[in-house]
Design a protein around this ligand. Sequence first.
Ligand SMILES: Nc1ncnc2c1ncn2[C@@H]1O[C@H](COP(=O)(O)OP(=O)(O)OP(=O)(O)O)[C@@H](O)[C@H]1O
Length: 586
Amino acid sequence: MIKILKRLNRIEWLQVIISLVFIVTQVWLDLKLPDYMSEITRLTQTAGSKMADIWEAGGYMLLCALGSLASSIAVGFFAARIAASFSQRLRSLLYDKVDSFSMAEISRFSTASLITRSTNDVTQIQMLVIMGLQMIIKAPITAVWAIAKIAGKGFEWTLATGVVLLFLIVMMAVIMALIMPKFKMMQTLTDGLNRVTMENLTGLRVVRAYNAENYQEDKFEAANESLTSTQLFTSKGMAVMMPVLSLMMSGLTLAIYWIGAYLINSAQAMDKLSLFSNMVVFSSYSMQIIMAFMMVVMMFVMLPRASVSARRINEVLDIEPVITEGRATAGKPGSEGEVTFDHVSFQYPGAADYVLQDVSFSVKKGETVAFIGATGSGKTTLVNLVPRFFDTTKGKVLIDGMNVKEYTQEALHNKIGYVPQKAVLFKGTVSSNVGYGDNGRAKPMKEEIKQALRIAQGAEFVENMDGQYEADIAQGGANVSGGQKQRLAIARAVCRKPEIYIFDDSFSALDYKTDRVLRTALKKETAGVTSLIVAQRIGTVMDADQIIVLEEGRVVGHGKHDELLKTCEVYKEIAMSQLSEEELAI
Ligand SMILES: Nc1ncnc2c1ncn2[C@@H]1O[C@H](COP(=O)(O)OP(=O)(O)OP(=O)(O)O)[C@@H](O)[C@H]1O
């Protein structure tokens, strides 16, 4: 908790100090009230007192109450300001941090948990700052000040207050011991609820098509039920605490007056008045002490949950991404467009086995290298090492003759036009999706966007859309077909004018004819750009300058189509399953 509060900036600390001044003023004014009360009691009991004196004491009491109200409003105002700006900064810090994460860190936390950490956990901290400033600081000041005021005013009353406090401390310790672990569980259960909700929303079509609504609902209900029952358990604990506190307050007042009655009864006539006045003052201060205690209790309700949230936020902020930034912004002169894998092996973080083993190849500027192999043979993993979505476990990946680790991420990504296996579109327009991102050059002109779409065989369908190049694209590209999405994603890579294309099975959603026409257009219009193509179809890879056949992460064939048909059994099998005898004849 303290660690996260260290992230408060100077202005926020200044506001904390100002709030502190107001809090001390408020406590001082609150504790001044019983003094005037005692004065009024004394005046009303003393013969010959003037009405004006009573009015004066009453007036001061009113001023104290108004001053306390104004101070409390000021504290509330500053607390809200500090909490709002602090939580805004925490959210930005979390966003920037997550943005710098590689896939390894993202999968370590899970998307659902990262969302909960950036929203719900930050809200817990925000609430704590608001309440904390008003209570955490106020409670001990009030308690200590009030105790100092009543010290020496009567042993019996002090004893009664002490007994009540002791009882409350024991009760609170027991309840806290029971509910504290539940508070810790609450945030993890919120993660679970978010995960199930996200899964259901993203997979809605499959859920419907498979009549799995009940199954999903059961999962949701289970997550919802666990969270609700945990919340209920903690609320029940708290529900017991508050009435007991009220009972103790009333009981203590009764005890003070009861003891007072005995003391006054047995005192001498001249002491009776001062005893009565002391009793009134004592009961008032003891209430302040119990109130301070109630504030501490409220803090105990919030603190465990907020400290769990603080720990979860710190966990994210403290992570040093495994992908570290290099310094180079350009490769070796004369090696532009070259991609080399030098004895590369790769193991996913936490996995037991290597997914890629000793992969080596080199591709020159303007050449196309295609990767083919069975499902799960490591093709996607291989191409993901080029933009450093993951770093190699052994060996090196070189671009333009330089290890990818030596580039700044920005410079590295500026060289690459990446089209993922599953096309990703963002809410916006066709143009905003095609001209997406920054490649270190000026934003693409409308004509460049059109040209990119023409190459990606997307111009025709875009021109038929309502609004054409400015047509709306729904979140995730929900209003375009799978093949259209792929073409837009390819156009985005083309528009970037990269040195290297990475097509991760990006042609699979296209029909054979479009696939061929698109690749021919790409070759013609973007000559000189190196292409890494992952594909399942022989038709897509057969014209490549190099074909690499992968099996269980190892290169089992490397060459051109004709050579591989003769030398590589795995390639031949794939080819035979897709091509006719005639096409296979060599
Ligand atoms: N994030 C990950 N964490 C752990 N293992 C993974 C991860 N992603 C993939 N794998 C494993 O790595 C292996 C290779 O996966 P990869 O996606 O590279 O295969 P692929 O050849 O591209 O398959 P496909 O043709 O089906 O896309 C698989 O066995 C898969 O289970």
